[in-house]
Design a protein around this ligand. Structure first.
Ligand code: ZN
Length: 499
């Protein structure tokens, strides 16, 4: 089988062996001809299977250890090779190199670079917290022995300023760590702050609402570029970690400040806060645009004026393959997870490229999300790499002419079809053949459904036993097996919305 012959066909001690503990001298990779500085004396001499597995686990590419199989030879739990290979492909795609699933020289070179300790891939259950205030305080508990305190403060001020121009937030130093929202400290590698058995981590940070930024005290830091040839640029690392403090995650764009690898090739440009970074951060905080922001220049107004209010009524809702819900109203979409609203309402096309300006009905079957706008059916799939949505092949399509009504609601069935409804009629619609297979009276086949239904979301994806059934302002638990409503509540109490 192809997969098995691929995996670890290459053992790649490559040019690294014997060079890594030789101090600060840069070495040239045999394979891509680029100069890569290798300075850490804890850097692995050989990337063996165990290292790669550890790396993929540490940075979020590998999960779900219960699926592991027991090795016949050693009796130890092992990750199935295909799973390991898929994780490696996800890593390669994130790093922008061909997803071969093979540990080639390019892959191993990227896997040995010093980096941020935060994960690259997050489980869908990871809820993103955000600051709910516009003045955030900070304190430094442990300074570096090799960097002057005034120099470090200056670097920190500049790094905060890089984000302050993007989002209207003020960062103020306070004199006590227990009063600070963000605590910075230089830490020795002996301390457990890295949580990284690969020892490639030289800084990491936790996000809102109580943030820590750890910086390696052992690292040879470059300040104001003067040590750029021999030290890792401290300013870039601080801007990156403050990005995490604001709630940003890693970007696969190697030109972005939020790229996880700090160690760069000599011919690579310095990272910047890219327009995509700016947009991502502004979307997180729903800051409309700089003009609007300047009109609201008083940071105290931020919460009142630039944040769209929470979900009160909806036109449609469906679940994404990764478990989040997309909730539609007018031209806006909200994303929620486990009843918690994760993002403020933003225009639908910002989340779903080439989307219609409004959604009458939506449903998700397997990994295909369907939006219906008038008589157009739009299809989307979610990328595994970063959870973003992309148009599904073959869509948009025209609704089959035998469906005479304009769908106002939809919900999926376990067999892969969806139910389209309008008033008292429904159609069972086969998405693959883009045609209805059955048309009948809703009250005969789905008695006791709430009036003015807009959406149905199965409580267990791809099952049709119990659904969340939604009207424009309420949500009902509906058991399709006994055709009864079990519970109901308003959307304002169902969704947690405290911003
Ligand atoms: Zn990071």
């Amino acid at each position: 089988m192809l997969l098995k012959s691929f995996w670890f066909a290459t053992i790649f001690a490559i040019a690294v062996q014997g060079c890594v503990s030789s101090g600060d001298s840069p070495i040239e990779s045999e394979h891509d001809g680029r100069i890569l500085e290798l300075k850490s004396n804890r850097r692995p001499a050989v990337l063996d299977e165990r290292f790669i597995e550890t790396y993929l686990k540490t940075f979020g590419y590998l999960r779900n250890e219960q699926e592991n199989v027991t090795s016949e030879e050693s009796g130890e739990k092992q990750i199935p090779k295909e799973k390991l290979q898929n994780a490696l492909i996800t890593f390669q795609e994130f790093m922008g190199i061909p997803g071969t699933g093979k540990v080639d020289a390019q892959t191993s070179s990227l896997m040995m670079r010093k980096r941020c300790g935060n994960a690259d891939i997050h489980p869908s259950t990871d809820i993103l917290a955000l600051w709910k205030k516009s003045v955030v305080t900070w304190n430094i508990t442990h300074f570096s022995k090799t960097i002057k305190e005034s120099d470090f403060r200056e670097q920190l001020h500049q790094a905060f300023a890089a984000w302050e121009i993007v989002i209207s937030m003020d960062f103020v130093e306070v004199d006590r760590a227990d009063k600070a929202d963000i605590v910075f400290s230089f830490e020795d590698s002996e301390n457990d702050w890295q949580r990284d058995p690969t020892h490639l981590t030289i800084a990491r940070a936790s996000g809102p609402i109580s943030s820590r930024v750890w910086i390696s005290a052992d690292e040879h830091w470059g300040i104001n570029n003067e040590l750029e040839q021999t030290g890792t640029d401290l300013f870039n690392v601080l801007v990156h970690e403050i990005g995490h403090v604001l709630g940003m995650r890693h970007s696969p764009d190697s030109g972005s400040m939020m790229h996880p690898l700090f160690e760069r090739s000599m011919n690579q440009d310095r990272p910047v806060v890219t327009p995509d970074d700016v947009e991502r951060l502004r979307n997180l905080y729903n800051v409309a645009d700089p003009q609007q922001q300047s009109a609201e220049n008083d940071p105290a107004n931020l919460n009142e004026t630039s944040l769209t209010k929470c979900i009160k009524s909806i036109q449609s809702a469906t679940h994404a393959p990764d478990g989040r819900w997309l909730v539609f109203k007018d031209d806006k979409v909200w994303q929620t997870l486990n009843h918690t609203v994760m993002t403020k309402g933003i225009e639908i096309f910002q989340v779903l490229p080439s989307a219609p300006t409004y959604v009458n009905a939506s449903a998700t079957v397997g990994d295909l999300m369907i939006l219906i706008s008038d008589r157009q059916i739009f299809g989307y799939r979610q990328t595994k790499r970063n959870g973003q949505f992309e148009p599904a092949e073959g869509y948009p399509k025209e609704l089959h002419s035998r469906v005479l009504f304009y769908p106002e609601a939809a919900f999926p069935l376990a067999n892969g079809s969806i139910i389209l409804l309008s008033d008292n009629v429904f159609a069972t619609y086969d998405l693959e053949n883009n045609a209805p297979t059955f048309l009948n009276d809703k009250n005969v086949y789905f008695p006791n459904l709430p009036e003015k239904l807009v959406s149905g979301i199965p409580q267990i994806p791809d099952s049709d036993n119990v659904y969340w059934m939604l009207t424009d302002s309420d949500i009902y638990e509906y058991d399709a097996r006994i055709q009864q409503i079990l519970n109901s509540e308003s959307l304002t109490t169902f969704f947690t919305c405290d911003f």
